[in-house]
Design a protein around this ligand. Structure first.
Ligand code: FAD
Length: 116
């Protein structure tokens, strides 16, 4: 029960956060309105200000300066998010993820239907 749970460390927080971010991108509109695009931009800017791992957030803000969020469509945002995650993966020495598989991983599930 909750009394035995510890507050999240950087890894647990990271996994939960990537789940949220990739899933949000996977369900973002194909044709977002101008308003939806600007709301998504400000969500990501605010997120990078308050993400509760200080040095992770700082790194994210730097990356977002070089490569600003692409909010023109679901596909663009999903690819952009995948690219951001891969930059962190590379920095941490983890395997890179094939961004062609992003919908399968975060929206559609594998073709064998075991997640349906
Ligand atoms: P995670 O990297 O958490 O990935 C979870 C799952 O996402 C994977 O199992 C895989 O199925 C899928 N996945 C992997 N790569 C991609 C991709 N490119 N696109 C789509 N799906 C993918 N940790 C640090 O130590 N230092 C940091 O500076 C740091 N910065 C971070 C910045 C942000 C914005 C976030 C959200 C997390 C950050 N983390 C950082 C945490 C780190 O990224 C990992 O979440 C953590 O190390 C746990 O890694 P993991 O191997 O369990 O998988």
């Amino acid at each position: 029960d909750y009394e035995k749970e510890c507050p999240p460390d950087k890894e647990t927080l990271g996994r939960a956060t990537w789940t949220f971010l990739h899933t949000m991108a996977a369900y973002y509109p194909d044709k977002p309105s101008t308003m939806e695009q600007s709301t998504m931009k400000s969500l990501l800017t605010s997120f990078s200000q308050f993400y509760p791992c200080g040095h992770c957030a700082e790194h994210l803000r730097e990356e977002m300066k070089v490569d600003p969020p692409k909010v023109e469509s679901r596909k663009e945002l999903s690819w952009w998010m995948c690219g951001m995650h891969n930059k962190v993966n590379a920095m941490l020495g983890k395997d890179l993820f094939d961004c062609n598989k992003v919908d399968e991983r975060w929206r559609d599930g594998p073709s064998d239907g075991r997640c349906d």
